[in-house]
Design a protein around this ligand. Sequence first.
Ligand SMILES: N[C@H](CCC[C@H](N)C(=O)O)C(=O)O
Length: 275
Amino acid sequence: MIPFRKMHGLGNDFVVVDDRQKTLGVTPARAAAAADRHRGIGCDQFIVLEPPGEGADVFMRIYNPDGSEAEACGNATRCIAHLLMGETGRESVVVRTVRGDLPCQRLPDGTISADMGPPSLEWQDVPLASAMDTTHLPMTVGAVTDPAACSMGNPHVTFFVGDLDRLDWQALGPEAEHHPLLPARANVGFAQVIDTDHIRLAIWERGAGPTLACGSGACATLVNAHRRGLTGRRARIDLPGGTLTLEWRLDGHVLMAGPVATAFTGEFDWDSFAA
Ligand SMILES: N[C@H](CCC[C@H](N)C(=O)O)C(=O)O
């Protein structure tokens, strides 16, 4: 039997397994089966802890429910940091991902902050299908148009909208995620700027669909909003699952802070998830 921990950040939920002994035999298909909300345990991402190598406390591998591997997951980074703080008794840890090393710390209010690193702003880094200004993409999906794009290690497109409550953004998600301009697909944000330090955000995630929160998506939204002159470098971002606090620091790094929780623990066998 394989023990797991069910965690979430603002309802963006994860099944976490510890494969630091490299014995579990994780595959994309098995991760997808475990993530299935009807036949498996169910989660937005399946998270695997692996040996980090020198200079970090853990390597975190991220699988979407469709089995695709993601380069970044902000809310899972904060959850795993919290788990490591409990293991080590330390207030700061480093989570290594495909994208790089992410320093995390517990803040005085008990929330967990992750340094998600700098965004990548060039079209080929997002990536986009051809050379273009990433602050204004020639892209229209239903009622939304003219998004901005950047990468936080994973690709993000941000549409700025007037009233999120009057937009059926979930209906637009699949077409946007799979748009021809996006060779690696993308996470799609629908952002209503309330003030220069306050954004409401809904996210259709690549490989996962609508989630209650998306940490890397919140980072990308702040970056894209600031580049468009809509906000400063700090913002409170309200997502359906709750609020994240972010800063795009002058050194280029994006910090993102918020709560984390463990919902329950359990155990499974891979063959528990009958197709
Ligand atoms: N679906 C994302 C990965 C999870 C991102 C999200 N859960 C976060 O907190 O950043 C992708 O394929 O890039």
